[in-house]
Write a protein that binds this ligand. Structure first.
Ligand SMILES: [Fe+2]
Length: 135
């Protein structure tokens, strides 16, 4: 499976969020490279740690915007973030020693989650926040 690539169709028209989504996708490319070039378990773990930290910081930015602008669907959206974090960390725990197959499975999970989340969940708030004047 190819990992998600950035395209303008993923743009929400909110510059800070779009930049963060691009960086997340870039970090998945780095993870892909670490796995495929057999850079070892430590390298994979480092990239994953950075990626998860970045994802959590990004979710916090989105959630702050929801609160600031009283986004009506914020509870549901935040639940989706929390579920993702729990699943991603559980997956990372299972990685243990160097298992490229499992690391690729994790990458596929991250990639399809991010794509679906932007397309289906983030796009639901994009218009609302733009109408609130966020750009
Ligand atoms: Fe989100």
């Amino acid at each position: 499976m190819e990992i998600v690539a950035w395209s303008d169709s993923l743009s929400l028209g909110i510059s800070k969020v779009d930049e963060q989504h691009k960086r997340l996708i870039q970090m998945m490319e780095e993870l892909d490279e670490a796995i495929r070039k057999n850079q070892g378990a430590d390298a994979v773990e480092d990239v994953l740690t950075n990626l998860f930290n970045y994802a959590q910081a990004h979710f916090a930015v989105e959630e702050e915007l929801f609160r600031k602008h009283k986004y009506p669907e914020m509870a549901l959206h935040e639940l989706e973030h929390q579920r993702f974090i729990a699943k991603a960390f559980a997956f990372k725990e299972r990685l243990g020693s160097n298992k490229p197959g499992l690391a690729l499975e994790l990458l596929n999970f991250l990639s399809s989650w991010v794509l679906n989340h932007i397309e289906l969940t983030d796009k639901r708030y994009a218009k609302y926040l733009r109408d609130c004047g966020v750009s």
